[in-house]
Design a protein around this ligand. Structure first.
Ligand code: NAP
Length: 240
């Protein structure tokens, strides 16, 4: 059996209509999985690119995925949906705090919990959380995002500790600076864009496809002995 194959597995990818989520969904379909592309916007484009079906899922209610995993068998969960809000910390609003924490952290935990309640009795499952460089670094003007992504890294390790012996692999990917909607504002500022580029050892910003095959690996049997890891896919940024 090919240890990198996802044939026979069903994967749910959140925020799969665009960016990193779309690339992950398409790559998992390419590796043989039946992919459910989930999100608040239509994932029709992702289905056209290879995902099997789309599902409406809006994490403005962090408990939105509670009933999903009891209804059908899902073997792989990719918690990718995420938002970012930028403002000086001294001016940062409660709404920008709550909205980001709800989608990036509270929804991630309770979706992992719902998935595990269905998958633990089967003794098999893979969870891949999308963390960030700001799981390790402070960043600037993104307090709720940094808090949420530090939280995602911590939760990934905690859940791995609880579930590894019961057949669930919980890991995370920390993408570097990737060209998606999430980084529009940074790329629109020529000084910030150049300053970031100059610090990336690979000498280029990342593309969503740079993340996708790491997610396939973490979903496949090849990574069965990887638990609680946060894998940087960042062109060397954190090595600098
Ligand atoms: P993106 O293009 O903005 O994608 C974010 C995805 O999350 C979109 O599909 C978005 O849907 C979805 N989403 C947002 N709020 C949602 C909600 N309430 N319910 C359901 N889905 C929701 O940015 P991206 O870069 O691909 O981001 C994907 C993940 O990577 C995020 O967790 C982000 O924090 C993380 N990340 C990105 C970078 C980077 O450099 N780009 C670096 C580190 C980590 P809509 O299109 O409908 O808004």
């Amino acid at each position: 059996m090919n240890p990198f194959s996802l044939t026979g597995k069903t994967a749910l990818v959140t925020g799969a209509n665009t960016g990193i989520g779309q690339a992950v969904a398409v790559a998992m379909a390419g590796a043989g999985a039946h992919v459910i592309a989930a999100g608040r916007s239509s994932s029709a484009e992702t289905v056209a690119l290879g995902a099997a079906e789309e599902l409406h899922l809006d994490f403005s209610d962090p408990m939105a995925a509670q009933d999903l995993f009891g209804q059908r068998q899902i073997d792989i969960l990719v918690n990718n949906a995420g938002i970012i809000r930028r403002a000086d910390s001294v001016d940062f609003s409660e709404a920008d705090w709550d909205d980001v924490i709800d989608v990036n952290l509270k929804a991630v935990f309770f979706t992992c919990q719902a998935f595990a309640r269905a998958a633990l009795p089967r003794g098999q499952g893979k969870i891949i959380n999308i963390a960030s460089l700001l799981s390790f670094q402070g960043g600037i003007r993104v307090p709720s995002y940094t808090a949420s992504k530090h939280g995602v890294a911590g939760l990934t390790k905690l859940l791995a500790n609880e579930w590894a012996a019961r057949g669930l692999n919980v890991n995370a990917i920390a993408p570097g600076y990737i060209e998606t909607n999430n980084t529009d504002a940074l790329r629109a500022d020529p000084d910030r864009f150049r300053a970031i580029l100059e610090r990336i050892p690979a000498n280029r910003w990342g593309k969503p496809d740079d993340i996708a095959q790491t997610a396939v690996f973490l979903a496949a049997p090849a990574s069965d002995y990887i638990n609680g890891a946060v894998i940087n896919v960042d062109g060397g940024w954190l090595a600098r």
